[in-house]
Ligand binder design. Structure first.
Ligand SMILES: *Cc1c(COP(=O)(O)O)cnc(C)c1O
Length: 425
């Protein structure tokens, strides 16, 4: 279609003559058919259509199609949360006995998923530093490696992934790169344009943007040739006995196989669907994503500059700051801005960070980021408290680190609040 802002507003759902202009909510678990033969063709994946909302729903599909369009992919699906999206994205191509390579600078929930929960399922993970060399990255692969996982901008470490390098390494070893693009959103970065094969989202963050709905999304670029690596990905390239012997990569092609398999196997067996009502709210958020993201970035940049000059701040991480170690990568992958999230260490360690948090008035203490309200979190005492100090360090988090998510308020008020809270330490 047209440029990205127009697609934020209009992609996914195109009303016909006399249809509702806004995306209708299909608040129905099931769909009615005239004959059981017709329904049977749907169950056999012979025909596309709806029969049960756990598998597909027209409202969800329209929103998934919009997100796939924004990311430049061929197919997409919604999930009940970002955690479900990342789990499905990996589990769709890795099984017991397999191995995954992941950047160590990833969201705490994704770290737990890969390091602990998937380990119990027999899938091992090797973590590499986001600043590793190509040689170090190559050394992490094993014959049974099935994918590489990273985040465009890591939550909360704010490390920027060298998408091209990670994609090249993944492809050299015959596996896809999965990039969680939650923080950048397709407005600031489209990982598929840099070689990523699968993109995931916690739509709970900027995409919804209003702290209203938890959700996730997976987008397939359609660029990974499963058949060329058929022995690595038997789930896509050999018959699925649980689905009448369908070979996904043959029947649905390179652009459709991955998402169709994730829907017909994982959504069928694990559930984790998005509710049509929540998908509707998500779509409202997407309609203004291109308007909101520049404001989040502007406020984030203002806060980062303010904090980096403040004597009570020991360190600031924001990939938009020229002094940041990820500045050059950010300039390459996100030349128009990164996100509204800024991490910083309060001088004086854990105690000083806790005091600073207690003094905030406009910035709310929340386990959240990336919505319209400015919020603040001290990961070491909340989201990341289950991690050891070594694991915290590997993920780029110190005990004095605070994560600030700049919302859509006027930046003067955000800076004034930070200023008075710092003064009170
Ligand atoms: C929040 C988040 C997740 C998890 O998403 P939920 O919607 O909370 O399940 C995954 N990845 C990143 C980068 C996140 O910020």
């Amino acid at each position: 279609m047209s440029s990205i802002g127009t697609r934020c507003v209009q992609a996914g759902y195109v009303p016909g003559d006399g249809d509702p202009r806004q995306l209708p909510i299909y608040q129905s678990t099931t769909f009615k058919y005239d004959t059981s033969e017709h329904m049977g063709r749907l169950f056999d994946l012979e025909e596309s259509g709806y029969f049960y909302t756990r598998l597909q729903n027209p409202t969800n599909d329209a929103v998934a199609a919009k997100i796939a369009d924004l990311e430049g992919g061929t197919a997409g699906m919604l999930t009940s949360s970002g955690q479900a999206a990342n789990f499905f994205a990996v589990f769709n191509i890795a099984e017991c006995g397999d191995h995954v390579v992941a950047s160590s600078a990833i969201y705490g929930g994704t770290f737990n998923l890969l390091a602990h929960t998937m380990h119990k399922m027999g899938i091992d993970c090797t973590f590499v530093s986001p600043t590793c060399t190509r040689e170090e990255l190559d050394a992490a692969f094993r014959p049974n490696t099935k994918c590489v996982v990273g985040e465009t901008i890591a939550n909360p470490a704010l490390a920027v992934l060298d998408i091209e390098m990670f994609a090249d390494a993944a492809h050299a070893h015959g596996v896809p790169l999965i990039v969680d693009n939650t923080f950048a959103t397709p407005i600031m970065c489209r990982p598929i344009e840099w070689g990523a094969d699968i993109v995931t989202h916690s739509t709970t963050k900027y995409m919804d943007g209003h702290a209203a709905t938890v959700g996730g999304a997976i987008v397939d670029s359609g660029n990974f040739d499963w058949m060329a690596h058929a022995d690595k990905f038997p789930g896509l390239t050999t018959p699925d006995e649980s689905y009448h012997g369908i070979v996904y990569a043959e029947k649905f092609g390179q652009g459709g196989a991955y998402i169709t398999k994730a829907t017909s196997q994982l959504m069928r067996d694990f559930g984790s669907i998005q509710s049509p009502q929540n998908a509707f709210y998500l779509n409202l958020g997407l309609e203004s994503l291109h308007v909101r993201m520049p404001k989040h970035c502007e406020n984030g940049m203002a806060a980062a500059e303010f904090l980096s000059k403040h004597p009570k701040i020991a360190a600031v991480r924001y990939p938009g700051l020229p002094s940041d170690r990820y500045y050059e990568l950010a300039q390459k992958y996100m030349p128009h801005g990164t996100c509204g999230v800024v991490s910083f260490d309060v001088a004086g360690g854990r105690k000083a960070a806790e005091k600073f948090m207690a003094g905030l008035k406009i910035c709310n203490i929340e386990t959240h980021v990336a919505d319209s309200h400015t919020c603040c979190l001290h990961p070491a005492s909340s989201t990341h408290r289950q991690m050891t100090d070594d694991e915290l360090t590997a993920a780029g988090i110190s005990p004095a680190m605070v994560r600030l998510s700049c919302g859509l308020e006027d930046k003067e008020d955000i800076l004034a609040d930070l200023d008075q809270a710092l003064a009170a330490i």
